[in-house]
Write a protein that binds this ligand. Structure first.
Ligand SMILES: Nc1ncnc2c1ncn2[C@@H]1O[C@H](COP(=O)(O)OP(=O)(O)OP(=O)(O)O)[C@@H](O)[C@H]1O
Ligand SMILES: [Mg+2]
Length: 343
């Protein structure tokens, strides 16, 4: 049940981790002191989940049905969704506050425990009828045999209580980060954006689904290619892409859009119409899952530390390049991002 094991989808003797220090010399990008990051306060709101892995041996086929019988020997748990985003904020040395709904169950307790270990301040609403979102994988010999999902939309009462709590938390945070995994935790996202903007706080959104009207007024939205395509259709060229994004931003009153493009890096579309394409900086790619969480977490931290948007994007791209080159942990810390010698 240790968290320091290799990535559960990889063989323990897979290629070793490359030196992340070597991949992170900070040519040209802004430096920000550890102290300044320590004062940056990010409020994360969204869908939390638990990623659970069961490992075991298969020695026979079940007498009940033509399926393998797995004798489970080990369990490993990871924070997922908005909880993974919050963990990334804390790993950079900033202050992470997480507002979310969980159930009164064992996975809910496990999430609370892991968040505490990660240094995240949790602001929980409990819904007694909610099965906490959990994705359970059953693996044998590095092979995934089955995934079992438990999830349900939280009750109205818990969501409304969360909205009230959001009001109270706004004043003590610099930036709001909304991490949408379409599990219902962000039912009141439009009101949250309006309240945050009225309070003068930047709002970053990691979107899901094809209804972006609900993200109206956000400061920055960070879709990946498939998520953007779902909303604006397939673009024919970079120019066409830019036109589609500009029209979308204008219609939804969104200041900036950062398109994350996996191995192609990322492109920032801003209100000024400027475009910055940063190539992905990964030396070697081991594990790309969760890179999007690291991107938005890094952006939020850097904006909360009052860095300019373009600098924040450069650092987020750097962080993503580091995290995809890692096995086992899906976070980047201060030393990895800036180099240990930087004060
Ligand atoms: N194969 C890759 N090679 C290099 N960099 C990558 C690769 N995949 C992802 N990245 C980096 O991670 C960033 C985010 O990845 P991506 O666009 O796949 O986001 P995502 O689909 O939201 O990820 P996820 O949902 O799995 O967290 C990219 O902009 C890039 O910087
Ligand atoms: Mg994503």
């Amino acid at each position: 049940m240790s968290n320091s094991k290799p990535h559960p989808m990889r063989a323990p003797d897979a290629t070793p981790e490359p030196s992340s220090r070597a991949a992170t010399s900070l040519a040209g990008a802004a430096r920000v002191s550890r102290e300044r990051l320590g004062e940056a306060r990010v409020l994360i709101v969204g869908d939390v989940m638990l990623d659970r892995y069961w490992f075991g041996d298969v020695n026979r086929i079940s007498p009940e049905a033509p399926v393998p019988v797995v004798h489970v020997q080990r369990q490993e748990d990871r924070l997922g969704g908005a909880a993974n985003v919050a963990r990334n904020v804390a790993a950079l040395g900033a202050r992470a506050g997480l507002l979310c709904v969980v159930g009164h169950d064992e996975p809910g307790e496990r999430i609370v425990e892991l968040l505490k270990d990660s240094g995240v301040a949790t602001h929980l609403e409990r819904d007694p009828d909610l099965p906490t979102t959990i994705k359970l994988r059953v693996l044998s010999r590095q092979q995934q045999l089955l995934r079992v999902d438990f999830e349900k939309t939280p009750a109205h009462e818990a969501l409304l209580a969360g909205l009230v709590r959001f009001d109270a938390l706004l004043a003590s945070h610099d930036v709001v980060l909304l991490s949408d995994y379409a599990k219902g935790g962000l039912t009141h996202v439009t009101q949250m954006i309006a309240k945050a903007r009225a309070a003068g706080k930047p709002v970053l959104v990691d979107p899901k689904g094809d209804d972006w009207e609900r993200y109206r007024g956000a400061t920055l939205i960070t879709p990946n290619r498939a998520e953007l395509r779902e909303v604006v259709g397939q673009w024919k060229s970079e120019e066409d892409l830019r036109e589609r994004v500009d029209a979308l931003r204008a219609s939804l009153d969104i200041e900036a859009l950062l398109l994350t493009r996996s191995e192609e890096g990322m492109t920032l579309f801003t209100a000024e119409g400027s475009v910055l394409t940063a190539p992905a900086v990964a030396r070697e790619v081991f594990d790309v899952s969760g890179a999007g969480d690291t991107v938005i977490a890094t952006l939020a931290v850097m904006l909360a530390a009052k860095l300019p948007l373009v600098t924040a994007v450069t650092l987020a791209n750097r962080a993503a390049g580091i995290v995809v080159g890692k096995l086992g942990t899906a976070t980047v810390d201060y030393d990895e991002l800036f180099g240990a010698d930087v004060r």
